[in-house]
Write a protein that binds this ligand. Sequence first.
Ligand code: SAM
Length: 314
Amino acid sequence: STEKNRQAADAVGDSSPRLGTNNRQDEKPSHKKLCFRLAKEHDIPEDLNKVLENKLMETVSGLYYINMSVVEMTCSGDADEEGIVSKSVSSHSDLIPGVYEGGLKIWECTFDLIDYFSEAEIQFTNKTVLDLGCGAGLLGIVALKGRAEKVHFQDYNSTVIDKITLPNAVANCIRTGSGGDTKTSQPPSKRPKKAEHVPSVLTRCRFFSGEWSEVSRLLLSSNKPFSKYDVILTSETIYNPDYYGALHDTLAQLLDKNGRVYLASKVHYFGVGGGIPLFEKFIEERNVFRTSIVKTIDKGLQRCIMEMAFKESS
Ligand code: SAM
């Protein structure tokens, strides 16, 4: 199934999602310094049918996702903060002016982590989960289907949350109702069924956009009750060493003292500079987390799954 998933991942991004190969400059997350884009929470719209309007859904690993290479993005006069105007998508950089961090396609390490969840029998039942740097949000959706108590999704770009993550969560929630296990559910048809009201499974989700430190600040300062996460999932988020400080501190602030981080990454991001050895070194120097490489994937560009926990955790 891994090979099939990987082909699907390529089809979504219509090129191999490899940072630094320079074959598609427009799909490369930025190496520019990020401005501290303020964090915001995105409400779940009441009319869920609108969320899925004019979206072409595909399926991979029994999950729905919006095929970004064919979707036509439109936005009426009240353009959102990223200034999207009505146009057909010709490239991802056209779609999101300013700094784009790669959330519009599904990156291959997402599938590595999904495979790892089933191999290692990772349990999400009654857990509070964060999909950090979620893009399409498939990791969080898998956790939701695994009966997580709460799943929060975060992406740098607000357009990604509104146009991709939220619709993907809606499509998967409408289809599976109570959030049944992927393994036991029927193979989904191409069209998710119509939503009459917000299904209870979706009320377990919250959606956030913004830079990591800002999202962390928003969560911790909000007057809504916040409990730290039992599990933080993150895929292809350590390509840029400039963000390691913000990423480290966010994990340290938001993870429960006995929580676990599952991080999927390429070993090296050629051209961008980041990767597993550099990130491990950074974590070691901060002396807050212990890390272990729980899986290495040698097919194609070498990739890893890393588990992180607080040094003093049980
Ligand atoms: N996890 C998704 C996947 O595997 O398909 C998307 C990976 S994409 C290459 C990197 C993700 O990390 C994007 O969703 C981006 O918004 C987020 N990200 C990267 N740097 C960030 C930062 N400094 N603050 C907030 N989000 C960031």
